[in-house]
Write a protein that binds this ligand. Structure first.
Ligand code: FAD
Length: 399
């Protein structure tokens, strides 16, 4: 089994893909596709994983990098989603990837008297209780003085007290790459720069995919008994190659982050700020802060989402509302934008769309998995593979 993913391994795996019939082909090597490939390979299935560009080059390298349940989803009443994500957080922190996933504290500045402390405190108590305490500190209430001691960069007039709670963070691209490599170690054939450009069909059934090798410009036919479409915001485009309308509609919602030098904001903790429609995070990241995010529909090129000046000004305005020394455009060393693959609902704004995932089988031999969050990639992979296994007609061990 290969130890690394490189040109020699890629060439060998493409050769394998041209000759073998796999149990499952997975389209897309973001967190969902690599999670599906690893789940299937570790259950003893033969797997091919193909990625149009580079590993994690889509949304899975452009997130807020939090492994979290999401306090905001708790407030929206998405209890099952939060519980599931917090279970995954605990698994990732303590069992699956303690070398990649790290605790991160967040301070929530309070601005209103008693009711806000009671309301937010109750939410954090529920969050801690649902998440279990292993590996993370429980939330704690603070006076303004205590809060300013760990967050001297805050404007003293911007808070009357605070509550601090703990979540987790991960280098998303590195983690996805690690999952792809682990899938390869379990025997998956893996190739990047290998977009799916068509489907193979026999008697109305999907029996594989046509893959374009972007290095040689040759097309190969990869045969399989099941195909999993894990193409994130490209789910509908891949579905269109089948020639039939799928059951899942995915809407792309853009979120941006600013990258600011650590010494520009004096904090010994991350921050979470309530905004009009959502929340804003200030996340410690090495010698920088990552500050975001936003939530707007994106209709342009999905491979190149970009931040507008309006997006940047919005994030600066939000964070400056609590800082003693406001950030300016010159303080911003980097900006990145990503697209959330949200399950579509024509009637809602993207901020209100659920972060739950869905699995469907739009054609015999094809399974689509979309929506969800980075944090729940393992559950998404498991559910997609479970659906594919139902079409395999053989006994496969559980995930
Ligand atoms: C701004 C922002 C912040 C976020 N923050 C968080 C967070 O803090 N925590 C959290 O849990 N979640 C977060 N998310 C959500 C999370 O990042 C996504 O849900 C997750 O990364 C989606 O992964 P994916 O594998 O489904 O999609 P992607 O990572 O986009 O992967 C899909 C892959 O399919 C490939 N592909 C497309 N077409 C083809 C084809 N024809 N052939 C082969 N391959 C193809 C693409 O190149 C791509 O690599 C955030 C999202 C955004 C946008």
């Amino acid at each position: 089994m290969p130890d690394r993913l490189n040109l020699a391994q890629r060439a060998a795996d493409l050769q394998r893909m041209a000759g073998e019939t796999f149990d499952i082909v997975v389209i897309g090597a973001g967190s969902t596709g690599t999670g599906s490939a690893l789940d299937a390979a570790s259950r003893g299935l033969s797997v091919a994983l193909v990625e149009a560009r580079d590993f994690a080059s889509g949304t899975s390298s452009r997130s807020s990098r939090l492994i979290h349940g999401g306090l905001r989803y708790l407030e929206q009443g998405e209890l099952c989603l939060v519980r599931e994500a917090l279970r995954e957080r605990s698994l990732l922190l303590n069992v699956i990837a303690p070398h990649l996933v790290r605790p991160v504290p967040f301070l929530y500045p309070l601005t209103r008297r008693l009711w806000e402390r009671v309301y937010v405190g109750a939410g954090m108590l529920a969050y801690d209780t649902l998440g279990g305490s292993r590996g993370l500190h429980r939330h704690r209430h603070m006076t303004r003085r205590q809060a300013l001691r760990i967050a001297p960069g805050l404007d003293p007039d911007a808070l009357i007290g605070a509550i601090q709670y703990c979540d987790a963070k991960v280098d998303d691209a590195r983690h996805t790459m690690t999952v792809a490599r682990t899938a390869a170690r379990y025997g998956a054939a893996v190739a990047s720069n290998a977009p799916v450009v068509g489907f193979l069909r026999e008697a109305g059934r999907i029996t594989g995919v046509r893959v374009l090798d972007l290095q040689s410009r040759e097309e190969i036919e990869v045969r399989s008994r099941q195909v999993i479409n894990a193409a994130g915001v490209w789910t509908d485009d891949v579905q269109q190659l089948v020639g039939e309308r799928g059951k899942l509609r995915v809407r792309a919602s853009k979120g941006i982050h600013l990258v600011v030098p650590r010494d520009r904001v004096q904090l010994d903790t991350g921050l979470i700020l309530r905004t009009e429609k959502s929340v804003l995070f200030v996340i410690p990241w090495g010698r920088h802060w990552i500050i975001g995010t936003t939530d707007h529909d994106w209709e342009l090129d999905k491979a190149h989402p970009a931040a507008s000046f309006t997006d940047i000004d919005y994030v600066l305005d939000q964070v400056n509302s609590v800082l003693a020394s406001p950030l300016a455009h010159e303080d911003v060393e980097g900006v990145y934008a990503g697209l959330r693959p949200l399950l579509a609902d024509e009637s809602e704004g993207t901020g209100k769309l659920s972060r739950e995932h869905s699995v469907s089988s739009p054609a015999p031999g094809l399974v689509s998995v979309a929506g969800g969050k980075y944090t729940t990639y393992r559950v998404m992979g498991r559910d997609a593979v479970d659906a594919a296994v139902r079409g395999l007609d053989q006994k496969v061990p559980p995930s």
